[in-house]
Design a protein around this ligand. Structure first.
Ligand code: HEM
Length: 223
């Protein structure tokens, strides 16, 4: 069988369509691409929005982040290779994903066999949905769970896979874990770093926050 590995996602799908026309057609390919766009765009942009809102609410965190970027990278635009040298940026991004859980629940999962959990019997083939937000706001894992405090991620060094304690799993965990983790973490981190590098934000005074979030304004740092 001719290998289909090595191209990008769309090239791979087109090759599969040619090789297995009985399994892949244009409409199937369209939904596979749409799934990726839907799963990727709304989540990542909401994560960036909510991180900006949290920085506006916490100017001391914004300032500390700016100082870290200025000390490590200077005036040049932050890029992917800088990320390992920016621990506070990583802590801010992870803490924002904890306080403001983007995917509140997982997609539907199913049990492959009868299981007992917390005194309940879960039958085979039951649909199971995990509420990820409840892990993130669990006071047995987090002190003052609703408070935005990036420093906690400097102390605990939890990764985004939830593999260590099941207390932090913004991308879910296990075999159905989000396949876009690396892209999402890279995009959120680089976009946030560049925004903080270039813009000063403030909450607009005397305006009540709207249902959709914090009202803020931004201006270039150099002015
Ligand atoms: C902040 C950004 C993101 C968050 C918080 C997030 C979170 C999640 C979560 C919680 C799931 C469900 C996993 C489960 O049911 O156990 C999921 C699934 C998925 N995500 Fe993401 N995601 C993000 C970004 C992305 C990106 C950038 C992509 C693609 C480039 C992506 C592609 C997908 C796909 C295709 C699925 C379905 C996987 C399946 O059906 O098994 N996600 N994501």
């Amino acid at each position: 069988m001719e290998s289909v590995i090595g191209g990008n996602y769309c090239e791979t799908l087109f090759q599969l369509e040619k090789q297995f026309p009985e399994k892949f057609n244009d409409s199937g390919l369209t939904s596979l691409c749409a799934e990726f766009l839907n799963a990727a765009l709304h989540t990542t942009t909401t994560a960036i929005d909510s991180t900006i809102a949290l920085l506006c609410e916490h100017p001391e965190v914004n300032e500390k982040l700016y100082r870290e970027i200025e000390a490590v990278v200077g005036k040049r635009a932050v890029d992917e290779s800088d990320l390992p040298q920016l621990p506070y940026l990583s802590a801010v991004v992870r803490e924002a994903l904890r306080v403001w859980t983007i995917a509140v629940t997982t997609l539907p999962h199913a049990t492959s066999e009868l299981r007992k959990l917390g005194g309940y019997e879960i039958p085979t083939d039951a649909m199971v949905v995990f509420v990820l937000e409840s892990f993130h706001l669990d006071p047995t894992h987090w002190s003052d769970p609703s408070i935005f405090k990036p420093e906690r991620f400097l102390e605990n060094d939890l990764d985004v896979l939830g593999s260590k304690t099941f207390s932090f799993l913004p991308f879910s965990a296990g075999r159905r874990v989000c396949p876009g983790i690396q892209l999402a973490m890279f995009e959120i981190s680089v976009v946030m770093a560049r925004l903080v590098q270039n813009l000063e934000w403030e909450k607009v005074p005397n305006v009540k926050n709207t249902e959709i979030g914090t009202v803020f304004r931004a201006r270039p740092r150099s002015l």
